[in-house]
Design a binder for this molecule. Sequence first.
Ligand SMILES: NC(=O)c1ccc[n+]([C@@H]2O[C@H](COP(=O)([O-])OP(=O)(O)OC[C@H]3O[C@@H](n4cnc5c(N)ncnc54)[C@H](O)[C@@H]3O)[C@@H](O)[C@H]2O)c1
Length: 383
Amino acid sequence: MADNSNRASFSTPLSVVLIGCGRVAEKHLKAISKLKNLELKAVVDVNPESCKRLLGSVKGFANVKSYSDYKQAIDEIKPAIVSVTVPSGLHFQIAKYAMEHGSNLLLEKPMTMSVSEAREIYELSQKTGLKIAMGHIYRYLPIVGLVRQDIAEGKYGKVTHGTIYVRWGHGEDYYQSAAWRGTWKSDGGALMNQTIHAIDLLVWLMGSEPEEASAMIAQRLRNIEAEDLGMAVLRLENGALAQIEGTTATIPSKHTAEFSVFCENGQLSMGLDSGKPHISVYGVKTDGKTKKMNGYYIRKQFKEGGLFSYKCALNPHLGIYKDLAESIIEDKNPIADAYAGFSSVDTLLGIYKSAKEGRPVKLPLEENFNSIDMTGFFDEKTC
Ligand SMILES: NC(=O)c1ccc[n+]([C@@H]2O[C@H](COP(=O)([O-])OP(=O)(O)OC[C@H]3O[C@@H](n4cnc5c(N)ncnc54)[C@H](O)[C@@H]3O)[C@@H](O)[C@H]2O)c1
């Protein structure tokens, strides 16, 4: 069990240190600024200008301390929560150090770049009782949790299959904005970066763990080391199939992500289209007629989560931080917990392994696989 005694109480806010002051960090700061039970104590970046820019971008943080060394910040502040928003290849070392020094984590996705590292972080959280909330934003969109609960309780009957597409176009400017982007070592490609949290959502909604992955990846437009297009099929333990498309080789001004789950007596589609959320849920009644369920879920969500739950559609990190704070105080599991972090890394690396070996692979992976094991994959291919 974690000793959160000097770090979490009902009366004092939980202290937060955020490490990595880049693109996603502003969403974290905006979320922290809206929650009374959190207090940002420091930000850390190897580039002091990035700390300054970030603190200036959100109201109320002008006097927060800046560090360039994450170990020093953790050692001095001993925060209740460390938010890890550095390039993905650095997640493991910082997450491990923070947990070994008693901090809970808001850990951006992907948890790590290798299966063995993800397992180590997951096991560390089990051993210490420290909470990890993953940056799996889609689990925190309104209505998603309610629909999932109904699927899990059998309201829509047997789950047959599910699909996702994540068409998150990024141009060369995005990839050139930081040297780590699109590299096997520190980022991976469109599946590892832009799609892993969508895969996590699909599998979570379908209520079963992946047992086999078959995949192909390609480089179509972007000049990067990893893939800008990936397609995969997963077989889940309950026999359902999940189809995945993830790409950054689409028009950058048209970001779309769509999730569909099909069941014996119902089907749902939800997603984001250029930032706008949409949902459609249909159920089949006992008289055989089809009923649109949107209104039912919208009302139910409002009753249970009030306006706050709808604010999470605009910034899901708000929901992640609230959930993490409550999980620490009430000693419960966050919605996107350490297991979700581990399992999604295992699935994603299974997808890469399948693409590399040109055959289906069994999940969970029996041996370690690391994103850098994909190095050179496209050198031998004609794309
Ligand atoms: N959940 C989401 O929706 C979401 C969205 C975007 C990014 N992300 C994830 O967030 C992470 C960061 O992505 P980004 O786009 O903000 O990257 P970024 O390159 O814009 O920012 C990363 C920052 O980390 C800093 N940094 C690098 N090494 C460091 C170190 N040792 N100590 C302290 N700071 C260090 C860099 O200087 C940079 O400012 C990635 O893992 C990415 O996958 C998640």
